[in-house]
Design a protein around this ligand. Structure first.
Ligand code: BTN
Length: 272
């Protein structure tokens, strides 16, 4: 649905209201808001190295150097979208790092559904799509010391009230919640909903419920059981997206009937 741009009041993000709305949450204890910043992930990593506590939330109205996977730029205009990063210090095995991306994706899907009724789907490994158009993405970065997490940062860019057709051409076909519903959505409301759900999933992970989360993620993910084309640096693999390995790798059954394990580092994938 197309709709004229709504002016987004700057006051739709206010830290005091987020603190009040989240009350006892882990993510209400140390909220850092910047009107303009290079990248919330970059600042979070710096803060993590300086000893900032788990749960630190870095939020920006606008990013000048927002980053995505594969060194891509994340377009981050001011006043319209959500850009935030959460600093975590998980105590579970570092092998499970991909589950952090999974739970932020699941929390985003659930929150968008609650706030706007849209059914967003997850595209392995870290994208959020609506109706074939990219609506969000997650960037997870982490550091391991002595076999344990020193920190992990999960960053989300979610297109909320942005109207892509009024902006410069993008690498992907993109959309936003407001673009699809025709209604203006409060960034604060959706942020708080994402964080509430994320916290539940994060606790569940620490209680050993990784398997259930994995199953939920598969139910919300695109293209499992379908034919896909994986483009890596120097080769292309075509096959059926079979399942996800416990470490987050995609298992594809190739034309020769062999299972190929695709690590999410440097590949792009599309359904064919
Ligand atoms: C992707 O689609 O490849 C991931 C995009 C992640 C963008 C978010 S915006 C908030 C956080 N800060 C960044 O620089 N990147 C993430």
């Amino acid at each position: 649905m197309k709709q004229e741009s709504h002016p987004s009041p700057e006051s739709d993000i206010r830290v005091d209201r987020i603190e009040e709305g989240l009350r006892q949450s882990l993510f209400a204890k140390n909220i850092i808001f910047h009107k303009k910043i290079d990248s919330t992930n970059t600042l979070s990593k710096e803060l993590a190295a300086q000893g900032a506590p788990e749960g630190t939330l870095v939020l920006a109205d606008e990013q000048t150097a927002g980053r995505g996977r594969l060194d891509r730029q994340w377009h981050s205009p001011g006043g319209v979208n959500l850009y935030f990063s959460i600093l975590l210090r998980p105590t579970f095995s570092t092998d499970q790092v991909f589950t952090l991306t999974m739970i932020l994706a699941l929390a985003s899907v659930d929150a968008v559904k609650t706030v706007s009724s849209l059914d967003v789907v997850i595209k392995w490994p870290n994208d959020l799509y609506f109706n074939g158009k990219k609506i969000g993405g997650i960037l997870t970065e982490f550091s391991v010391r002595d076999g344990k997490f020193e920190f992990a940062i999960v960053g989300l860019g979610l297109n909320v009230n942005w109207h892509p057709e009024t902006d410069e051409p993008m690498l992907y076909v993109t959309t936003s919640i407001g673009n699809e519903t025709g209604s203006w959505v409060s960034r604060e409301t959706i942020l708080m909903e994402i964080l509430r759900v994320f916290e539940k999933y994060y606790e569940a992970l620490h209680m050993g419920q990784g398997r259930e989360i994995h199953e939920q993620w598969i139910r919300k993910a695109m293209f499992f059981g379908k034919q896909v084309e994986i483009v890596a640096d120097d080769h292309i693999i075509v096959g059926k997206a079979q399942r996800l390995d416990t470490d987050g790798a995609l298992i594809v059954l190739d034309k020769q009937g062999n299972e190929q394990k695709i690590l999410y580092g440097d590949v792009s994938v599309r359904e064919i």
